[in-house]
Ligand binder design. Structure first.
Ligand SMILES: *Cc1c(COP(=O)(O)O)cnc(C)c1O
Length: 354
């Protein structure tokens, strides 16, 4: 997160403007800077977090309430909460064992035995690795089903798409403002509808055009966003350097693998490794005994949480294997090199013993 000193000049602008929320100049400029990251004309609509942005995007697409939303079981539980809040029922599908994502081919065949009418597909970019956007654009065009990408962790790789993307700006993500998120879309009408949903259904006057909520970001959040964007290229380089040090330290143990291109072609705020066999739990316990903390970020998968246990699902073999063979290592852009070395040495030792 940006330091207080880096945020201060932006906060002073708020004092001068005397404009504190409701789409003030800092928020408008922040959205313009985010939109400027896309090559084609793209609208950015900020909101209080990515979970809300996903819910409001699904609502704005006018998907029939009560229909199924096909989505991966291998995701953070926020994806399912967003789907349920939009009045849809999560239908958990298995992911591809290599990419950890839904595969359009496989979803096409899953759709043939859907347990009810399907209203939408939510594709997740796991830990920030983007799916094949072109393949999903084709899928949407062919199937007629609206596709939304939960690109919560994919700030770095979120790129031009004819399908809506939602990115998180949570403190744990690669570009953080504390709490926040945004929709990026080339569909201006969709952007307008989502904007209305974030501000009581208002659009230019005080008439509530539709039942909505309040999910706006204040000027203070935008100030942090500007400071975060100012630091982004340096931060990105540091994430990349730390990640490459970790890759180098673990290179002598080829049984440990990373997401394709992680810290090489794209960066994210977490380090997810894949272990041989189903060793995630024993490795986590052994690391813990050496004082090294780890995270099973997505637990056993969304479908195994109390809230979503009763939702329909397909066979989830790959999800179950992923949950038992992947692990989040300590990772930060400013992680000291001796900490990187220690994690690598201890982890290699643990794997030799198991
Ligand atoms: C972080 C995350 C979210 C939630 O984002 P918030 O901004 O915290 O609401 C949703 N989906 C995925 C895949 C995430 O990683």
């Amino acid at each position: 997160m940006p330091s207080a000193n880096a945020i201060l000049p932006w906060l002073s602008k708020i004092d001068a403007n005397r404009w504190y929320s409701n789409f003030g100049p800092l928020l408008q400029d922040f959205e313009a800077r985010l939109a400027g990251r896309f090559a084609r004309p793209t609208r950015v609509v900020t909101s209080v977090n990515a979970t809300q942005a996903l819910t409001l995007t699904l609502r704005a697409l006018g998907i029939r309430a009560g229909t199924l939303c096909a989505m991966p079981a291998w995701t953070f539980v926020a994806s399912a909460h967003a789907v349920a809040e939009a009045g849809l029922t999560p239908w958990f599908l298995d992911v591809d064992p290599q990419t950890w994502m839904l595969d359009p081919e496989r979803v096409r065949s899953d759709l043939k035995c859907a347990p009810g009418p399907v209203g939408a597909v939510l594709v997740v970019a796991p830990f920030g690795q983007m799916p094949d956007v072109t393949a999903w654009e084709q899928f949407q065009a062919e199937s007629g089903l609206p596709v939304v990408i939960d690109a919560a962790a994919a700030f770095d790789q979120a790129r031009d798409a004819r399908i809506p993307l939602v990115v998180s700006l949570h403190a744990t993500k690669v570009l953080g403002i504390g709490e926040g998120g945004f929709l990026a879309t080339e569909d201006g009408a969709l952007a307008d509808r989502v904007r209305e949903l974030t501000t009581y259904g208002f659009n230019g006057d005080r008439n509530a055009r539709r039942q909505a909520t309040n999910a706006k970001l204040s000027e203070y959040a935008a100030a942090i966003g500007h400071a975060a964007l100012d630091a982004w290229s340096e931060d990105r380089r540091r994430f990349q350097n730390t990640g490459q040090s970790l890759r180098l330290g673990l290179a002598p143990e080829p049984r440990i693998t990373f997401q394709t291109g992680w810290s090489l072609h794209w960066v994210t705020s977490v380090c997810m490794i894949r272990l041989p066999g189903l060793l995630a739990l024993p490795v986590a316990e052994a690391l813990d005994q050496s004082g090294i903390d780890t995270r099973a970020w997505w637990g056993d998968g969304c479908h195994q949480t109390d809230a979503f246990r009763d939702c329909p699902r397909t066979d989830l073999t790959h999800t179950a294997i992923l949950a038992q063979s992947s692990l989040g290592l300590p990772f930060a852009q400013d992680m000291p090199l001796q900490d990187v070395d220690r994690v690598c040495e201890v982890l290699k030792g643990v794997l030799k013993r198991l």
